[in-house]
Design a protein around this ligand. Structure first.
Ligand code: URA
Length: 209
């Protein structure tokens, strides 16, 4: 069963406050998102499997643990998800990076996949799907569906801010996917923005309007 993990570490909460602030400019916004992604990666990897090896310390032999070598794939949802990739790679530098792009069909209002490129060995990889905002959840639900269609079996979703509507949508469509959020906000407004949120994550990351 998927669960929501609100990572309420003081450093994350502090940085998230400045990410929300409309007076935070593009450069600082980008840096803060990058830093929070690194801190969240620390938490999302908490259950990564370990194996024991033997090392020689300067004084004796010791049994000690290293990562068991699980292959990891990071998949940002275009475009705002890109802003979180480098922060995760700082902790997991050997991870491979896929990309998924979706647009909303103007007639059906349903998300449609327009781009997908994944690393190899999809079935054996543990995937972290990243998008700073989980609003209605429509895009993330479809992105995860795209990965599963190609054989992905282990997926976690990492997002900075989620609305309850988005969390419910993921829990309903993908009950096996754990969701990691820095902030769980109140609701969506009539335009689909998260309240209080941070505005448009893509525009703030890339300095567009
Ligand atoms: N996407 C954003 O960038 N911001 C929101 O508030 C909702 C969706």
């Amino acid at each position: 069963m998927g669960r929501v993990h609100v990572i309420d570490h003081p450093l994350i909460q502090h940085k998230l406050t400045y990410i929300r602030d409309k007076n935070t400019g593009t450069k600082e916004f980008r840096e803060l998102v990058d830093e929070v992604a690194t801190l969240m990666a620390f938490e999302i990897t908490r259950d990564m499997p370990l194996k024991e090896i033997e090392v020689d310390t300067p004084v004796c032999k010791a049994k000690s643990k290293i990562l068991a070598g699980k292959k990891i794939g990071i998949v940002p949802i275009l475009r705002a998800g890109i802003g979180m990739v480098d922060g995760i790679l700082k902790l997991i530098p050997a991870a491979k990076v896929g990309h998924v792009g979706l647009y909303r069909d103007p007639e059906t209002l349903m998300p449609v996949e327009y781009y997908l490129k994944l690393p190899s060995d999809v079935e054996e990889r543990f995937f972290i799907v990243v998008d700073p905002m989980l609003a209605t959840g429509g895009t993330a639900v479809e992105a995860i569906r795209s990965l599963k269609k190609r054989g992905a079996k282990q997926i976690k979703l990492m997002t900075l801010i989620a609305a309850p509507e988005g969390v419910s949508a993921i829990e309903k469509a993908h009950p096996d996917v754990d969701i990691y959020v820095a902030g769980l906000d109140e609701r969506l407004n009539e335009k689909g923005y998260i309240i209080p949120g941070l505005g448009d994550a893509g525009d703030r990351l890339f300095g567009t309007k």
